[in-house]
Design a protein around this ligand. Structure first.
Ligand code: N2P
Length: 354
């Protein structure tokens, strides 16, 4: 019996040491432990080959998931997503995440490529001291217009309420964007929390619903390229992507003004792979990689040096890099704090309207 117990013990010890040697013993044990990084990003927002090259160059395995809107991302992170390391939300959502202590501080002095970020993207109101976020892409919201189907000159959000285009309009299935542009159209700030402004916006959006062919997000690209709609509310990079594939489509920033946004990389609270997260963030800013990315997705880089390397027609494209005078009266979305439920109510009204 004693002998058998001894044997058992020896066998257990042998198995344990085998585990340690092969690196299955957990974090930091053994040389062969495959490092991992969990990234949560918007759909269609990275060149897949960039993820592959990152893995190849660093040996870090990337688990990559996507979301459709800031709001979806937030809900997922709050409910189950505790183990993501990096996410790429927009400005106003970053304010909220900082306020709710959902993000880690980032020591930007450790990022080799951080110096490449254009000055106009630094010290933004959502992260005034650049402590928590590193700019990834930026852009505006506007109208993609198929000029074969829309003969008139479009310069106002009003066109989205024109009965002529019944069932030819795509709206963004993103509450903040759709309510925001409606507020702008009505002459309000797109951060308005005032009851009257939000009631007016709700009424307008409900009134528009019969004209809307579909509320879409990433799908809008293929559908506008295929000529399925005359008009679509889109994010500028998606407009650029569409215009590169369907020459009939133009991008318009309406005269009433619009939203300007910055999507930035953050490290999520509790990340177990902070070094890998830093390596990823730095890699995204490496000029050759950033260039590859923007060429693939159509969005605009906050790295002036990379912008300069793009084809002239992209640099001059109103969708990708609008001249400053066109975005003078554009507003950033703010964190809505106590007004958030009012916006949720507006969107529910629109969604349930017949
Ligand atoms: C890419 C989404 C872009 C985000 N599909 C706009 N802020």
């Amino acid at each position: 019996m004693k002998k058998r117990a001894m044997l058992c013990l020896m066998l257990t010890l042998f198995l344990l040491s085998a585990l340690v040697i092969t690196g299955c013993g957990g974090k930091g044990v053994g040389q062969n432990t495959k490092r991992q990084l969990k990234v949560y990003n918007w759909g269609d927002y990275i060149d897949p080959s960039v993820l592959k090259s990152f893995e190849k160059e660093t040996g870090i395995h990337v688990v990559y998931d996507t979301f459709v809107t800031n709001e979806d991302m937030y809900v997922k992170l709050k409910s189950s997503g505790k183990d993501y390391d990096v996410a790429i939300p927009s400005d106003y959502m970053i304010s909220r995440m900082i306020r709710e202590k959902m993000v880690e501080k980032i020591d930007t002095s450790k990022l080799k490529n951080y110096k490449l970020v254009g000055e106009r993207f630094l010290n933004a109101s959502f992260d005034p001291k650049n402590e928590y976020s590193v700019p990834f892409m930026w852009g505006t919201v506007g109208i993609a217009c198929n000029t074969k189907m829309v003969k008139e000159k479009v310069d106002s959000w009003a066109v989205l309420w024109d009965k002529k285009y019944e069932k030819q309009i795509f709206m963004l299935d993103s509450p903040r964007d759709s309510i925001g542009i409606t507020l702008k159209y009505l002459g309000y700030s797109l951060n308005s929390g005032e009851g009257k402004a939000l009631d007016d916006a709700a009424r307008k959006l409900v009134e528009q619903k019969p004209l809307v062919k579909a509320y879409v997000v990433d799908d809008v690209k293929d559908r506008m390229i295929a000529g399925e709609g005359a008009l679509a509310v889109v994010w500028s990079g998606d407009a650029q992507y569409i215009m590169e594939r369907n020459k009939d489509v133009a991008y318009i920033i309406p005269k009433e003004g619009t939203n300007i946004w910055i999507d930035s990389m953050v490290i999520l609270k509790g990340s177990k792979n902070k070094d890998a997260a830093m390596a990823f963030i730095d890699y995204m800013m490496r000029p050759d990689i950033a260039k590859k990315n923007v060429e693939y997705i159509g969005y605009a880089t906050p790295l002036p040096e990379v912008q300069k390397q793009l084809p002239r027609e992209v640099q001059e494209s109103l969708a990708a890099y609008p001249p400053r005078e066109l975005i003078e009266n554009a507003e950033f979305f703010n964190d809505l704090t106590e007004n958030l439920p009012k916006y949720e109510e507006v969107w529910t009204k629109v969604k349930i309207a017949q």
